[in-house]
Design a protein around this ligand. Structure first.
Ligand code: B16
Ligand code: MG
Length: 221
C-alpha cells in the first residue's frame, strides 16, 4: 500500500515555475544572455546557484565574474522572484492539489515536500497548504540537489516510509531522475515526450487527474 507521496513544489503545487522563469530571464537579459523556454527546462528543479552557473555557461561567461558578483546576481534574481510571490494566494494552487492533500490526510498517508527551493515554506504559507504537509525537506539539509535522490530519500526517511511504497511527483527532468534514482515511482506533470525521456513511469498533462485512487493504481501497476 501507498506509504507516502513526495511532492515537488514549483510546477506541481503551483505555478511558481513561471515566476522563476520570468526572474531568471530578466537577469539573463541584464547580463546579455537571452534564453528561451526550451533552455529554461534545464533550470527547473535545479538550485539557485547551479541555475546561475548554467545561464552563465550558456552565454560563455562562466569565468567572467567573481564569486561576489555571482552572489549578487543570485540575490538580485531572488529579490525579483520573491516580489512576484507577493501576489500568491490560495487560488493559485493547481487544480486538484488541495483535494488530493485532504484525501491523503483523511487516509493517514503523509504528504511531503521535496523542493529545491529555499522559499518553499513561504510559498506553502501563502497558499495556506502548510498544515497539510507532514514534512518539508530543507534543500540545504542534504548534500546533493536534484537529479541526485537525496531530497526524496530524506523525505521518505522523515516519515518512516519504504521507498518502494512512495510516489514522487515532479514537473522537471532533473526531478524525475531524482525520484527514479531514489527507487520510487515517478509521476510526471507536463509534457509526455520531455518527462518520459527522463524515466517517468506515468505522465499527466496537468494536476487535475491526481487523485488518491489514481496514485494507488499507479503504485500497483
Ligand atoms: P529558490 P522545485 C526549484 O523548486 C525550482 O524548480 C528551480 O527553478 C529553482 O531554481 C529552485 O527551486 C531553487 O529555488 O531560488 O527559491 O531557492 O521545482 O524543486 O520545487
Ligand atoms: Mg518543479
Amino acid at each position: 500500500a501507498l506509504q507516502a507521496v513526495i511532492f515537488d513544489l514549483d510546477g506541481v503545487i503551483t505555478d511558481t515555475a513561471e515566476y522563476h522563469y520570468v526572474a531568471w530571464k530578466q537577469l539573463g537579459e541584464e547580463l546579455d544572455i537571452p534564453f528561451d523556454r526550451e533552455f529554461n527546462e534545464q533550470l527547473k528543479g535545479i538550485s539557485r546557484g547551479e541555475s546561475l552557473e548554467r545561464i552563465l555557461h550558456l552565454g560563455g561567461k562562466e569565468n567572467t565574474y567573481s564569486a561576489e558578483e555571482k552572489e549578487e546576481f543570485a540575490q538580485r534574481k531572488n529579490e525579483h522572484y520573491v516580489s512576484l510571490l507577493d501576489s500568491l494566494t490560495p487560488e493559485h494552487t493547481y487544480p486538484g492539489i488541495r483535494e488530493l492533500l485532504l484525501e491523503l490526510q483523511a487516509s493517514g498517508i503523509p504528504a511531503v515536500i521535496a523542493s529545491a527551493s529555499k522559499n518553499a515554506p513561504q510559498i506553502l504559507k501563502a497558499l495556506e497548504l502548510d498544515s497539510l504537509f507532514r514534512y518539508v525537506v530543507h534543500p540545504d539539509s542534504v548534500p546533493h540537489g536534484k537529479p541526485a535522490p537525496d531530497l526524496f530519500l530524506r523525505g521518505a526517511e522523515e516519515v518512516g516510509a519504504d521507498v518502494k511504497a512512495c510516489i514522487g511527483i515532479e514537473d522537471a527532468q532533473a526531478g524525475i531522475e531524482a525520484i527514479k534514482s531514489a527507487g520510487m515511482i515517478a509521476v510526471g506533470i507536463g509534457e509526455e515526450a520531455v518527462l518520459k525521456g527522463s524515466g517517468a513511469d506515468v505522465v499527466l498533462k496537468d494536476t487535475k487527474q491526481l487523485t488518491l485512487s489514481f496514485l494507488e493504481r499507479t503504485l500497483q501497476e
